[in-house]
Write a protein that binds this ligand. Structure first.
Ligand code: GUN
Length: 291
């Protein structure tokens, strides 16, 4: 069993981006990070995004509207960022507080600044395999990790657990693409799937993205499978200073001995998501400069 080291792969992507930005003249890339309210996980994610941006030489603009912001005010904020020629990428951290329409916000971000890849146009380009679009960071990171770990999906059965806009659906679309390393046969499972363990047991590559702590147990995994654990769940733990520990969607102690390769939590997919966001930001900057 091999543990796929997301920190190491992410670090090499960040080093590549840093070199590209350093060798450029003129305005540096800039990402606007919008975080509404103080959800603790969102606070931590946005901090990581800022730190990575700083390391690369990407300017980040942190915008912290109060939870009481209205949809109309948030729309206006997005419109202003869309119109600002010094902003290359816009990210609105999900989840938004109740009462705000997240998908409407994702659609309002100009497609050429949509470094999250959640805009209708970018999801359409993903389906059309048009490389000018932006691919959602977590699924893009998963594909990059698999490729750099030497795992080709061609002809393999990939089972995606979860159908979210952020991970499950775009991950399935990427895996099925007519591309070297992709060309998988894909099954998407979700809360209404019947006989779920029977399906996950067929997976050559299992992508767990359902947001339920340690949901995937040994009886659900075929021996020899590759397992990608996207979950980041906070489980109460009095022995930890923070009062919780992080765990994935996979029960690592019992599942990992069965796998040929597996990603850990933390240190697997998480750092890749941030690295791919930076990659998308540099791509937006490059394309916007050329436009
Ligand atoms: N929340 C969890 N993952 C993501 C992501 O990739 N982008 C945004 N904007 N919010 C998230």
């Amino acid at each position: 069993m091999e543990i796929i080291d997301g920190n190491q792969v992410a670090a090499s992507i960040i080093a590549e981006l840093k070199a590209e930005v350093a060798s450029s003249t003129g305005r540096k890339p800039c990402i606007a990070l919008v975080r509404v309210g103080d959800d603790p996980a969102s606070v931590s994610y946005v901090k990581k995004k800022q730190a990575s941006a700083a390391e690369i030489g990407i300017e980040s603009r942190l915008i912290l509207p109060p939870v009481t912001i209205t949809q109309a005010e948030l729309n206006q904020l997005i419109d202003d960022l869309n119109a600002d020629a010094t902003v290359d990428g816009i990210l609105v951290q999900s989840p938004l507080p109740k009462g705000l329409d997240e998908v409407a916000v994702f659609r309002r971000i100009a497609a050429h600044k949509d470094v999250d890849g959640f805009h209708t146009l970018n999801l359409g380009k993903l389906a059309q395999e048009d490389e000018t679009g932006f691919v959602a960071c977590t699924p893009a990171g998963i594909m990059e990790l698999l490729q750099r770990a030497g795992v080709s999906l061609s002809g393999k059965h990939v089972v995606v657990l979860g159908r979210s806009l952020i991970v499950g659906k775009p991950a399935a679309l990427l895996a099925v693409q007519r591309k070297k390393w992709a060309n998988a046969t894909v099954t998407i499972c979700h809360s209404q799937t019947a006989n779920l363990p029977a399906l996950t047991r067929q997976a050559d590559v299992l992508i767990a993205a359902i947001g339920k702590a340690e949901f995937v147990t040994a009886d659900m995994v075929k021996p020899g499978a590759v397992v990608i654990d996207v979950g980041v769940n906070r489980v109460p733990d009095a022995t930890k200073k923070a009062g919780y520990r992080l765990t994935g969607d996979v029960h690592f102690p019992t599942v990992s001995p069965l796998c040929t390769k597996i990603t850990p939590v933390p240190g697997g997919v998480g750092p890749m998501t941030v690295a791919m966001l930076m990659k998308n930001t540099v791509k937006a900057w490059r394309q916007n400069r050329a436009a």
